[in-house]
Design a protein. Sequence first.
Length: 123
Amino acid sequence: MYQKQKNLWAERIGTQNELDLKELNAKSSTNAYNTAKLRFANLQKQINFQAKQSQKTLELAQKTNNDFSIRSEINGKVYQLLMEAGEMVNTLSPVAIIGEDAAFLLELQVDEYDINRVKIGQK
């Protein structure tokens, strides 16, 4: 619009006031466009920073998740839970009794009169 008004003014059509108004509008639009570009660039930087920060937070949470998950070093069947959900545990306190479901190790008290009858591999 400014260029059109400028061409008209060169042919002595229109007023100086109209030309000044169109020039002001053109400069104002250019400034608004440049401001929007800067705001867009800043928002992109902010989004990229927050995405990287969120990625790092996720990685840290995944690493520390293993610190709060209880896992057994062996496969087996859970025979008894020694703690209840929400109860505080530490690395020294047992949480559960697990073992193989196909084989057992028993600790028995056998009377001295019956000890002769116990044999290895006995069922």
